[in-house]
Design a protein around this ligand. Structure first.
Ligand code: TXA
Ligand code: MG
Length: 323
């Protein structure tokens, strides 16, 4: 099917109150029109997502923000200029017309302008912003290809726009605004703390940034992004020992011979992020009974923080190699 044709079909479904899967540069999302309650409800039911977890609204250009938010702080303008379209979600005061289904009853809404050309065209052609969480069942690993989406929603007749593998592979950075010069990072991502500080500094604003675990962002509750078999983290540069293997088998009620599959991270964090979810899925498909990933001390700062944030949430337990 031509891209033209599939975009038209996706638009028709959305305009009729349905949902579709769309590619973005971070991960694939399940989208519905923000003006259609039926579509919004369908997102929650197909994802088996609880209504207390709010959705992100996606726009194609800055004009559309006025349909979504009622305030636009100076810093939001600076960050939009610096990072949009791109992997940054800003939590802002919502406009009156935004449904409580989207915000879970909060007075704020997450807003993002994705960079993927198919997402942009789709939103533009619909002429209305699209609410879209990641296209996975609640609590499971986010999809970074059309095939991942297909596998997660097998038999559910979900229309999927295939935009190739996601370029970044990790969900967007989510930030909220405190005072005029204060922001909190609710979810780390490809737009790092340093990048946010630098963008503000260029406009002569010195900001303070805190890392905040927010109960208003339940997507960040402790266990999330869970793969199909247990994932454990082995800390310490010595790697996995026989003793740790035994402990893992005992902790997860596995036989002593249970096979563990190592999840290897590329040393370049950009590549490691892009491959992370696909590798997690592959490891689970290889017939092993658990996955382990070694935490090496050098992997800190910048994008590594986002990668280890997700791995920490996906993991069932951590072990430390004291050798
Ligand atoms: O990269 C992404 O952000 C992807 C693509 C599809 O755009 N979307 C995504 O959506 O990851 P989702 O729903 O899986 O994660 C959105 C996170 C959730 O953890 C939610 O709790 C948080 O953003 N969030 C949304 N609105 C919020 C709000 N008003 N206040 C605080 N957190 C909010
Ligand atoms: Mg998600």
């Amino acid at each position: 099917m031509s891209q033209e044709h599939s975009l038209k079909q996706a638009k028709d479904i959305l305009m009729n109150g349905g949902v579709i899967a769309m590619p973005t540069e971070t991960v694939y999302g399940i989208a519905a029109s923000i003006q259609n309650q039926k579509g919004l409800r369908e997102i929650f039911s197909i994802k088996e997502r609880p209504f207390f977890d709010p959705l992100i609204v996606h726009i194609a250009d800055l004009e559309q923000k006025d349909q979504v938010v009622r305030e636009w702080p100076v810093l939001a303008g600076i960050f939009a200029n610096a990072f949009w379209p791109g992997p940054l979600t800003m939590v802002l005061a919502k406009s009156a017309s935004i449904s409580s289904l989207i915000t879970s009853g909060l007075d704020t809404v997450g807003l993002r302008m994705p960079k993927h050309p198919i997402a942009q065209r789709l939103i533009r052609e619909c002429g209305v912003p699209l609410a879209a969480p990641s296209a996975n069942k609640f609590g499971k690993t986010s999809p970074t290809s059309a095939d991942h989406v297909r596998k997660s929603f097998r038999g559910e007749n979900l229309y999927i726009l295939d935009g190739g593998p996601s370029e970044l592979g990790l969900e967007s950075t989510v930030i909220a605004f405190g005072g005029e010069k204060e922001i909190s990072i609710l979810r780390p991502g490809a737009i790092t703390k340093e990048m946010l500080v630098d963008a503000a500094k260029e406009k002569n604003i010195i900001i303070s940034v805190e890392r905040k675990e927010s109960s208003a962002s339940p997507g960040h509750t402790e266990h999330h992004y869970m793969p199909a078999i247990p994932l454990v983290i082995v800390k310490g540069d010595g790697g996995i020992t026989e003793k740790i293997r035994e402990e893992i088998c005992q902790d997860f009620c596995l036989s002593r011979e249970a096979r563990g599959q190592e999840l290897r991270l590329n040393e370049n964090p950009k590549v490691a992020a892009r491959e992370l979810y696909a590798h997690l899925r592959d490891c689970a498909d290889l017939g092993a009974e658990y996955i382990y990933v070694k935490r090496i001390s050098l992997q800190e700062g910048g994008l590594w923080d986002a990668i280890w944030d997700r791995l920490g949430r996906a993991a069932s337990k951590s072990y430390r190699n004291l050798d």
